[in-house]
Design a protein around this ligand. Structure first.
Ligand code: ZN
Length: 287
């Protein structure tokens, strides 16, 4: 297992972590200043500054991506909606290519309308079928341009609104179905916040192996958790055994960045520089 205690060369910052403090161009500068070598930006943050400007800034600072957030949200209430979702994913794949991302992260979606509080139906089986078909259609294009897709299973508390794929096992079943030859075109993003509780976690990480493990996201699960979306903890402040899990993904062949992804009202209220400095310190001490 790699020793993270003396350097943060394998730290990546998911830029949602300081999204309330700074626009993306400033985030990139602040990361570069601290020797942080990678980020994972969100599409809206990129669009706010401009895709080409961000691509140029990444080249100028030699900062690479550990992923691009995000594609997905495949289910829809009608055929036009399904088609629009595929088109949007194709656009996201193109953006990821422009930014030279190693993968596009997929938050697959679930009951259409649920995110805005009004699900148009309650049929999660239908949603899961639409997710499978949506990934299959996007994968066709992604293969052509060479952009791996990483399915991120979300904690079951998000099963209605954000993702009807809630375990690593389910995500890997989709990978086996849609990419049976393990070409590297389809894999998973293991976000510890979403999967830490799973009794099959180690087994499924081993099953995933090097070809399917495309991203590794870290933060912590706080006791108590006060908000289902925006109360993620800083590594070391909660109950997730991050080092143990990193050992598992590395044993399985993963050798990429540990990406810190913290949506948190608490951390968004702190000065951005303090947040990044704390991420570096905790990455060394507890990841
Ligand atoms: Zn994540």
């Amino acid at each position: 297992m790699r020793d993270f205690s003396r350097s943060h060369e394998w730290l990546s910052i998911n830029t949602a972590t300081v999204r309330k403090q700074w626009p993306l161009d400033r985030i990139i500068d602040e990361c570069a200043k601290r020797g942080i070598r990678a980020i994972s930006p969100w599409r809206d943050q990129v669009a706010e500054v401009g895709l080409d400007k961000i691509a140029a800034l990444l080249r100028a600072t030699s900062i690479t991506l550990s992923g691009y957030c995000r594609g997905g949200f495949f289910p829809a209430s009608d055929a036009a909606g399904l088609k629009a979702a595929i088109n949007d994913n194709i656009k996201a794949i193109d953006e990821a290519k422009t930014l030279d991302a190693p993968c596009l992260v997929l938050v697959v979606g679930s009951l259409p309308g649920a995110l805005s509080g009004k699900p148009v139906h309650h049929d999660i089986t239908r949603a899961r079928n639409e997710v499978r078909d949506g990934i299959a259609a996007s994968l066709e294009y992604a293969r052509k341009v060479g952009m791996p897709l990483a399915i991120e299973p979300l904690h079951p508390m998000q099963a209605a609104e954000r993702a009807c794929v809630n375990t690593l096992e389910h995500a890997l079943d989709l990978c086996d179905e849609l990419d049976p030859d393990e070409t590297g075109a389809l894999g998973v993003a293991v976000d510890m916040y979403h999967v830490w509780w799973d009794p099959k976690l180690q087994q499924q990480i081993t099953r995933a192996g090097k070809m399917r493990l495309l991203a590794f996201h870290v933060c912590d699960w706080l006791i108590p958790t006060r908000d289902l979306l925006n109360d993620r903890g800083m590594m070391g402040d909660g109950v997730i055994e991050l080092q143990k899990a990193r050992g598992w993904v590395e044993d399985a062949g993963f050798a990429g960045f540990a990406e810190v992804e913290i949506f948190s009202g608490h951390w968004w209220a702190q000065p951005g520089g303090d947040v990044l400095d704390t991420c570096i310190a905790r990455h060394r001490a507890t990841v």
